[in-house]
Design a protein around this ligand. Structure first.
Ligand SMILES: Cc1cc2nc3c(=O)[nH]c(=O)nc-3n(C[C@H](O)[C@H](O)[C@H](O)COP(=O)(O)O)c2cc1C
Length: 361
């Protein structure tokens, strides 16, 4: 039997189950998004790390595979460069020179990349493409400017804002967002330092729009706890990363399955902002060297070539492996629809049977 699990956000977004597959760079493309949306959740394309043309191709692929709603995840950081020629790239700091020599030893060439698709112009173009293709939901990471909300609303798209601090939730609500996604420090990728249960309680006190929970969610019991607190849905990344349809490399998926409860850390290495990722040689080389950081986006311009070189060589020890703290509980690689189904059933079961061991009236 399939359980019913609905909140008002299902009507707002046109979905059956309030579980969303998070936007993830180099992981969440049209194929996984279609699998999740077809199963009744909300699938997302992670548009931050790919070019406008690639965003368009993935939306088109999604539309071939699904007629359900789609979310495209984009980033609008206040300090994005106008164009990449504006970024003065300094000498490599010591830890990255060390990484380069290790990659040399593995026969992996680090090729400078200029096409990073993170400029203001690229971000605007991606938004235009998504809206012209009738994308139903835009998720905004790293800030929600009011011009983005206005552009989305003109085209009938809903806006969801991913935040890691209460003050960022306030600002997104002021700028007109339709949904706030509250991500606790447990989350994979860019993440703050406040735990989900604390941040969620705080934002629920003042939010005038639906709130969705994120960060470390890999079990329905966790989602049930968030729904019980007043959240209207869950935005789930790492659990969907470890699935058949995710676009990540097999060695990345294996690393998530092998991960233990203490396998992740938050590092500034990747782009000068805190990113939760799996510990490996890539993160180890940087530990204790935050004094050599360059601010966003320069640090990102420096590390991107390393990320892509290790990815191309399938070198797990030196790859950038963003992952949530829930990775330690992930032990398999099912299909994305199966994950959605499991999370739905586990959530419904936890809501039916909770609270355990408590006497009250
Ligand atoms: C591999 C990976 C890549 C990510 N890339 C992005 C991204 O490009 N844009 C974004 O808004 N969030 C990104 N995130 C964060 C997710 O959207 C989501 O907020 C997070 O995965 C939730 O935490 P969880 O992984 O513990 O479920 C990424 C997360 C992971 C694990």
């Amino acid at each position: 039997m399939t359980s019913k699990l609905r909140t008002p956000i299902c009507d707002l977004l046109g979905i059956d189950v309030p579980i969303m597959q998070a936007g993830m760079g180099n992981v969440a493309y049209g194929r996984i998004a279609a699998a999740v949306s077809n199963a009744g959740g909300l699938g997302s394309i992670g548009g931050i790390d790919i070019t406008p043309e690639e965003v368009e191709a993935e939306i088109e692929l999604f539309r071939e595979l699904s007629d359900r709603p789609l979310c495209v995840d984009l980033g609008f950081p206040a300090n994005a460069p106008q164009g990449l020629s504006d970024v003065d790239v300094p000498e490599l700091p010591g830890p990255l020179r060390q990484l380069k020599s290790e990659l040399d030893e593995h026969g992996v060439e680090v090729v400078p990349t200029t096409d990073q698709a993170i400029s203001v112009a690229d971000n605007k173009k991606k938004l235009e493409i998504a809206l012209d293709h009738g994308v139903e939901v835009i998720a905004c990471a790293l800030g929600t400017p009011s011009w983005v909300v206005e552009a989305c609303h003109v085209k009938g798209a809903k806006v969801m804002s991913i935040v890691g601090q209460a003050r960022h939730a306030r600002s997104a609500i002021r700028n007109g967002t339709d949904v706030v996604i509250v991500q606790g420090t447990e989350g994979g990728g860019h993440t703050g330092d406040v735990g989900l249960i604390t941040l969620l309680a705080e934002v629920l006190e003042f939010s005038t729009v639906p709130v969705v929970a994120a960060g470390g969610l890999v079990k329905g019991s966790q989602i049930a706890a968030c729904l019980t607190m007043g959240a209207q849905g869950a935005w789930v990344g790492t659990r969907f990363l470890a699935s058949q349809e995710s676009g990540s490399e097999d060695v990345f998926k294996e690393a998530v399955v092998e991960a233990e409860y203490d396998s992740t850390l938050r590092s500034l290495l990747f782009d000068g902002l805190h990113v939760r990722m799996l510990r490996n040689r890539f993160t180890e080389v940087w530990e204790g060297h935050d004094d050599q950081l360059t601010p966003y986006p320069v640090q990102r311009v420096l590390t991107m070539p390393f990320k892509y070189a290790a990815m191309r060589a399938n070198l797990k020890s030196h790859m950038s492996l963003p992952s949530g703290a829930g990775a330690g509980m992930i032990n398999d690689l099912p299909g994305a629809a199966e994950i959605l189904h499991r999370l739905t059933e586990e959530t419904a079961e936890a809501l039916r049977t909770a609270p355990k061991n408590v006497e009250f009236d």
